[in-house]
Structure formats: structure tokens, C-alpha cells
Design a protein around this ligand. Structure first.
Ligand code: NAD
Length: 276
């Protein structure tokens, strides 16, 4: 733990330009300073954004982990409304495979650490995920905003239909198997925000970003919008911003601190630091 604190303190030294006084401290003092800097107080509000990377250690590959390809198709060409209109069977085959895979995975220490943070902070904690899996919920997180939808839900494909999304873990591999909406008769589609569509509940997300004093982003490449801009918005509002992941994200310029490493290895210690 002391080594982790020391490593983080060294990162902080660069970031906060406090090298002079830190230079005068010994290892334990250095660790203590960093510990104090990170410990949350009762006024803090934590906004967490997770991306595909938080689930990578559970065995769900990121898009880049799949080389962005599925059966030779670019994921961006399968996960769109246009692809569904042109070939709903192909799109359902893609999601059916993923549904089966998602049923076999379990949360990793990163999911559990975030569930613990929520338990301790209550209303001072907000979790927004780009992921469509249910690993946060399986780890005990109670309030998770899935801005890109949920793989285990489906809904009517007609934008005019008001029928609500529903739980659905089924696989559909032929045209005949794809169900139709009981309200309007249109084809049922996965409850996923596809490329070119607007993510869910953005008003709530923007409100929570405005309230946040700490924004923690985990395992998100910083390429996919609008999530990639959250850190910039939060930074403008005065929040401290921290990234956790094995690679520096594309939007790294907006982070006060980048903690390089796997989420499952880094987050449990970092959450301990935050909770003091
Ligand atoms: P991305 O694939 O663009 O980037 C994933 C990021 O995770 C990368 O920066 C990578 O360095 C990082 N990463 C890899 N292993 C990690 C680990 N062990 N710990 C922490 N970080 C790690 O993913 P994205 O930025 O989230 O955006 C792509 C979209 O893909 C998302 O909108 C999401 O909906 C979708 N997606 C979801 C899942 C899922 O639900 N599990 C899986 C794949 C893709």
C-alpha cells in the first residue's frame, strides 16, 4: 500500500507542481500527503464513467480487443439503425452471440470496488457506464445509468412506438425468430444505443457532471462521443479528474491524473484511498 501511495504521490508531484515541498518529505510523509489529498470529504460528489475496459478482466473484450471486427464486419457497420433496416438478422446474430457470452461472465475487483464506493457514499455517488453488460449490478451497484443501453433488454424498433423496453436474454438467428412488437407490429431490436443515435438520459448525466467534485473515468478510450467529452465538461466546472486504465486515453489532456494499469488491479486500492 505504501508503494502504491508513493507511486501516486510521484505522479501527483508532477501534476500539482508541488515538487519543492514534496522533495523535503520522506517516503511516509509523501504517502501521507497524497493520502490526504485523495481522501473524500462529506461535500464531495463522485461521478464515475466506465467504458469497455472495466469489463475486460471479466472476459468481455473491448471493441479494440476484437480488432473492431466481428466475422470480418466492422462493429460500426453492424451496430447502426441503417444496418438493422438493411439486415436485421445479421444484427441480431451479432447481439445474440454477445448475449450468450455475457451470460457466462462474472464481475472483477474493479466492479466490486465501485459497488463499495456507492455503498459508502450513497447519494454522493453517481455511476454512468458506456457498457451494455450487467457486471456493475452483479457486483452490487444499485443505481447504474447505462447510457448505451443494456444487452439483456429489447425494444420496439419503431421510433413512433411508445412501448417500453423489456428484459430479454433470447437469441434470434433467423428472420422468423425475431419477435414483433405487440403494440405496433414492428420488429423488436436490441435496447442498445447504436452509432449515430443519442445516448440515454443525457440530461441527468449533464446535471450530475455539473454537481461532481471528482470525476473518475475507468477503461474508456476517450474516442467515443459524447462520453469522451464528459471529462472536459467536468473540468470546466472545477471537478478534479482521474483516469484509470492501461493506456493513456485520447482525451488525456483533460485529466489531472492518469493512473496507468488494469482497472481490477488499480481500483480497489484507489477506492480505499478515496474512502480513507
Ligand atoms: P474502447 O473499446 O474504445 O476502449 C476500451 C478502453 O479500455 C481502452 O482505452 C483500453 O486501454 C481500456 N482497457 C483495456 N483493458 C483494460 C483494463 N483491464 N482495465 C482498464 N481499462 C482497460 O471502449 P469504450 O471507450 O468504452 O467505447 C466503445 C463502446 O463499446 C462503448 O460505447 C460500449 O458501449 C461498447 N462496448 C461495451 C462492452 C461491454 O458492455 N462490456 C464491450 C465492448 C464494447
Amino acid at each position: 500500500m505504501l508503494d502504491l501511495l508513493l507511486h501516486r504521490a510521484q505522479v501527483a508531484t508532477k501534476l500539482f507542481s508541488i515538487s519543492k515541498w514534496l522533495g523535503m518529505c520522506n517516503r511516509a510523509q509523501l504517502a501521507h500527503k497524497y493520502f490526504t489529498m485523495n481522501r473524500l470529504n462529506k461535500h464531495d460528489r463522485v461521478f464515475v464513467l466506465t467504458g469497455a475496459g472495466v469489463s475486460a478482466e471479466s472476459g468481455l473484450p473491448t471493441f479494440r480487443g476484437m480488432n473492431g471486427l466481428w466475422r470480418g464486419y466492422r462493429v460500426e457497420d453492424v451496430a447502426t439503425p441503417e444496418a438493422f433496416s438493411a439486415d436485421p438478422v445479421l444484427v441480431w446474430q451479432f447481439y445474440s452471440e454477445r448475449r450468450q457470452r455475457h451470460q457466462t461472465v462474472v464481475p472483477n475487483p474493479a466492479h466490486y470496488a465501485l459497488a463499495e464506493l456507492e455503498r459508502k457514499l450513497g447519494d454522493g455517488f453517481f455511476l454512468c457506464t458506456q457498457n451494455v453488460d450487467s457486471l456493475h449490478e452483479q457486483a452490487g451497484s444499485r443505481r447504474v445509468l447505462h447510457m448505451h443501453g443494456r444487452i439483456m433488454q429489447s425494444r420496439c424498433s419503431s421510433p413512433a412506438c411508445t412501448a417500453a423496453p423489456f428484459d430479454d436474454g433470447n437469441s434470434y438467428r433467423t428472420r422468423e425468430e425475431i419477435p414483433r412488437c405487440v403494440a405496433c407490429g414492428a420488429l423488436i431490436r436490441p435496447h442498445i444505443c447504436w452509432f449515430g443515435e443519442v445516448p440515454f438520459e443525457m440530461d441527468l448525466v449533464l446535471h450530475q457532471l455539473g454537481e461532481a467534485t471528482l470525476v473518475l473515468v475507468v477503461g474508456s478510450s476517450g474516442v467515443v462521443e459524447p462520453a469522451a467529452s464528459f471529462v472536459r465538461i467536468a473540468r470546466r466546472g472545477g471537478a478534479r479528474t482521474v483516469y484509470v486504465g492501461p493506456e493513456v486515453p485520447a482525451n488525456h489532456g483533460y485529466f489531472d491524473e492518469v493512473l496507468e494499469g488494469k482497472a481490477g488491479e488499480m481500483l480497489p486500492s484507489f477506492v480505499k484511498l478515496l474512502l480513507g
